[in-house]
Design a protein around this ligand. Structure first.
Ligand code: NAD
Length: 497
């Protein structure tokens, strides 16, 4: 099955068979590939190749660079089913979500193609006669990408599509748990480069295979102008100072601990559906997963009853065979979930669900029923991100209290409120409302569209990816003053003769 998919995606067998790093599918724990780990010298050589490709690629006009991304988007359209299925096999998310991830890649390609004709700057009035000022944007260099297992392809594409139209080259260190999808994306991009012709320099996009150590080589290399890193806050804490010490640039997309406030006027039917999608989807392994439900005391019992009923109908199982919730990524993830649930029980919380499922069927696959944990307060346990389907439920009495709870965690990625009261809704998205990078009204915290800037504050890292004016992060800004007069006046009226 995997072999046929990899063949159709154009991935050479040598790149994913016979290597030293085993790739396991969380579906049943089987080894589905053996990739070769790059040595530090090999990583260095890949950065050298990308840097040399950058020097040629920056000379290709922006709209023409957009044509490469258009061809890549077309390749993704043609191969959506295979790549989506590979995502499901490799990281365990259900097929609908695997396909959704590939659609996000297609969407960002479309956005980047349009952007390739709009890499525009400003003209600025000069105080000096016969002078003209402007602000221009230029390609930045080699972009280093580090990605997480749970979104193995879309975050790479958010960065890659924009970085390419902005005139940069790429070095990608995917998660060691999901290298096959990375090799598949690389193969599709190489096909697009072939279709594009010789303007696309060899080496424009590189994939580095390995664990943390391989990532560190990319992070430390001064030739890599920007590091865009997606993963845990722990990873960001290690990466950020290394990049800062060489004055490199960083985009950090780290952990989240996302909340939903359910206000007295909320449409509960909508809220329950939104909770289900965002709390149990991807088996609770989205950065934007709903982890905290802040519910008005007057609704707590009713909402809990309805949620438990919905949770009891969730089909947990094989992600490519119609289940709603697939497996956790591995045994460690399962252990972390059980540890968190035990701590909650020890602290007196009521725990619903959370048990291992299908163990007889898949002894090496870690399937769980999603858990609801009824808390009396927002404790330290709730403040940390446990990357599993655990929904903590806390109650509130006033909106101020609810917003304070929403903000009282170290992370600041996504948030939302369910209310039909316009005052509450507007307060939530105002200066004194949610402190997160994403704040939604009457939709859940996950499932963002690519048109907006994606990212979060505080320990989520402060980075933004995807739409809005994010393209500017992949370019270097230059201020130009052009004197077209025959005089040389100084600014601020300074006389120097
Ligand atoms: P992880 O931090 O374990 O690994 C992420 C990547 O960083 C991997 O490629 C890993 O090899 C690499 N890495 C780890 N330490 C490194 C170091 N010191 N130097 C260089 N590279 C290093 O994360 P994970 O378990 O793969 O993913 C889950 C985490 O990612 C969760 O915390 C989740 O919230 C977060 N995440 C955030 C976003 C976002 O956009 N904010 C998106 C997806 C996932």
């Amino acid at each position: 099955m995997i072999k046929a998919i990899m063949q159709r995606l154009g991935v050479s067998e040598a790149s994913w068979q016979g290597g030293d790093l085993s790739v396991m599918t969380p579906v049943d724990g089987r080894v589905i590939g053996q990739v070769k780990i790059d040595t530090p010298a090999e990583v260095d050589a890949k950065i050298t190749a990308a840097q040399s490709a950058f020097e040629q690629w920056r000379c290709v006009p922006g709209p023409r660079r957009g044509e490469l991304v258009r061809l890549f988007g077309d390749a993704l359209r043609r191969h959506k089913d295979d790549l989506g299925a590979l995502v499901s096999w490799e990281c365990g998310k259900i097929l609908q979500e695997g396909l959704g991830e590939v659609q996000e890649m297609i969407d960002i390609c479309d956005l980047a193609v349009g952007q390739s004709r709009q890499l525009f700057g400003l003209t600025i009035a000069s105080e000096r006669p016969g002078h003209h000022m402007r602000e221009t944007w230029h390609p930045l260099g080699t972009i280093g990408l580090i990605t997480a297992f749970n979104f193995p392809v879309a975050p790479w594409a958010w960065n890659a599509a924009l970085a390419l139209v902005c005139g940069n080259s790429l070095v990608w260190k995917p998660s060691e748990k999901t290298p096959l999808t990375a090799l598949a994306c690389q193969a599709l991009l190489e096909q697009a480069m072939q279709d594009f012709g010789e303007d696309a320099p060899v080496g424009l996009s590189q994939v580095v295979i390995g664990e943390r150590e391989a990532g560190e080589v990319v992070v430390k290399d001064p030739r890599v102008a920007l590091i865009s890193a997606t993963g845990s806050t722990r990873m960001g804490r290690a990466v950020a100072p290394l990049v800062a010490s060489r004055f490199g640039r960083c985009i950090l997309e780290l952990g989240g601990n996302n909340a939903m406030i359910v206000a007295p006027s909320a449409d509960l039917d909508m809220a329950v559906r939104a909770i289900l999608f965002s709390a149990v989807g991807t088996a609770g392994q989205r950065c934007t997963t709903l982890r905290r439900l802040i519910v008005h005391t007057s609704l707590r019992e009713e909402l809990l009853t309805r949620l438990k009923k919905s949770y009891s109908g969730i089909v947990v199982g094989h992600p490519l065979e119609g289940a709603l919730v697939g497996p956790l990524i591995d045994a460690d993830a399962y252990q972390n979930m059980q540890t968190a649930l035990q701590k909650a029980r020890d602290a007196g919380a009521k725990v619903y669900g959370g048990e291992r499922q299908l163990e007889d069927h898949y002894p090496d696959g870690y399937y769980v029923s999603p858990a609801i944990v009824e808390m009396d307060a927002q404790t330290d346990l709730v403040r940390q991100e446990t990357f599993a389907p655990i929904l903590y439920v806390i109650s509130y009495s006033t909106l101020d209290e609810a917003i304070a709870l929403n903000n009282d965690v170290p992370q600041g990625l996504s948030s939302c409120i369910f209310t039909t009261d316009v005052r509450e809704a507007e307060t939530f998205v105002s200066d004194v409302g949610s402190d997160c990078g994403i704040a939604n009204v009457n939709i859940g915290p996950s499932g963002a569209e690519i048109g907006g800037a994606f990212g979060g504050e505080k320990e989520t890292g402060g980075g933004r990816e995807s739409g809005s004016d994010v393209w500017k992060s992949y370019m270097r800004r230059q201020t130009n003053t052009v004197n077209y007069s025959r005089e040389l006046p100084l600014a601020q009226g300074i006389k120097f003769d």
